[in-house]
Design a protein around this ligand. Structure first.
Ligand SMILES: [Zn+2]
Length: 86
């Protein structure tokens, strides 16, 4: 197998699924990041955005679940009080 270094363009392509890289590709990737300042910054930025995005998504689904529950309770309470008082 011929050892071929990733180009900067290839790094930007594979960095989205970095954890799927195996063997030589993984080594290649790490080597490139070790030597290339530009790609290191790019990947760091990408990771930052991914983390922000996933935490935002997580928080959003939490909010939605709580909101739905609150709405449910509100509707039930309203129905109950209406039935009880009138
Ligand atoms: Zn590079």
């Amino acid at each position: 197998m011929k050892f071929k270094m990733f180009s900067c363009k290839e790094i930007s392509k594979v960095s989205c699924h970095e954890e799927e890289l195996k063997g030589f590709d993984k080594l290649n990737y790490k080597m490139h990041l070790f030597m290339c300042d530009k790609c290191r910054k790019y990947v760091a930025g990408l990771k930052f955005v991914q983390e922000k995005f996933s935490s935002l998504l997580k928080r959003r689904s939490e909010i939605n679940e709580t909101k739905i529950k609150v709405l449910e309770d509100e509707i039930l309470d309203r129905l109950k009080s209406k039935n009880g008082n009138e």
